[in-house]
Design a binder for this molecule. Structure first.
Ligand code: GDP
Length: 220
């Protein structure tokens, strides 16, 4: 099965110029800016932002590293004490990549979940330059209730989001196609959902140029 952009009727086809814009953007310097554990720690500025959200273990760090071809970039988020932070990475001066803490981790306590929800809500509220949230979903598992909760929240706040499937190397083409049909149906019920789903595998480097192209559309 092929990775990349799976289009629903009416969606724009990936064209070589967009792919090239994405490649050029992501060839630029990407550096860790800061990690914010509270609203006060969230950096000011006017560079457009794209945030990456998903359940713990969805493959977010792997995807961020593969996208930027800088291994260990998103590792910052794994150092002890930083796991509940929102991490900001500047891609030149053109786009801020925002690594939101993973949710749905079975061992997380109630207070940890509450703190995460508070931080996330504070970040999402009124963040004018947040252009899109990439909602990462494991292609083997499909959306979970915790993903749907976030979808509802983003819809409520009017924050545009796009589903990005991860680990597509682990599923057959038929399973992927059936998930894409289910997703198209489900996403149709959310006003803030971008209709295109991008299928990726960090391991097999699938769908990365399509995702880079989609993100380059949102950059300065
Ligand atoms: P995070 O917790 O969302 O940051 O997830 P990680 O990037 O740490 O990945 C969680 C697990 O999934 C690790 O064991 C990775 O090796 C694995 N993983 C990540 N991306 C892929 C992928 O594209 N394909 C496969 N098969 N496994 C992956």
């Amino acid at each position: 099965m092929a990775g990349g952009r799976r289009s629903v009727p009416g969606a724009a086809a990936a064209d070589p110029e967009r792919i090239e814009r994405g490649r050029r953007l992501f060839a630029q310097d990407c550096r860790f800016v800061t990690g914010a554990a509270t609203l006060a720690g969230i950096p000011e500025g006017d560079v457009p932002e794209v945030a990456f959200a998903g359940r713990s273990n969805v493959g977010k760090s792997s995807l961020l590293n593969a996208l930027t071809t800088r291994h260990g970039l998103a590792k910052v988020s794994r150092t002890p004490g930083r796991t509940r932070q929102i991490n900001f990475f500047a891609l030149a001066n053109k786009l801020m990549l925002v690594d939101l803490p993973g949710y749905g981790y079975a061992k997380a306590g109630k207070s940890e979940i509450a703190a995460w929800n508070r931080l996330l809500a504070n970040y999402l509220k009124g963040r004018a330059r947040l252009r899109r949230v990439c909602l990462l979903i494991d292609a083997r598992l499909g959306p979970a209730d915790s993903d749907r909760l976030l979808m509802k929240k983003l819809d409520h706040l009017g924050v545009s989001y796009q589903v990005v499937l991860t680990k597509s190397d682990k599923v057959t083409g038929a399973a992927l196609d059936s998930l894409l049909v289910r997703l198209a149906e489900e996403l149709g019920g959310f006003a803030a959902a971008h209709p295109e789903v991008i299928v990726t595998s960090a391991r097999e480097r699938r769908g990365l140029s399509e995702l880079r192209a989609a993100l380059a559309d949102l950059a300065n």
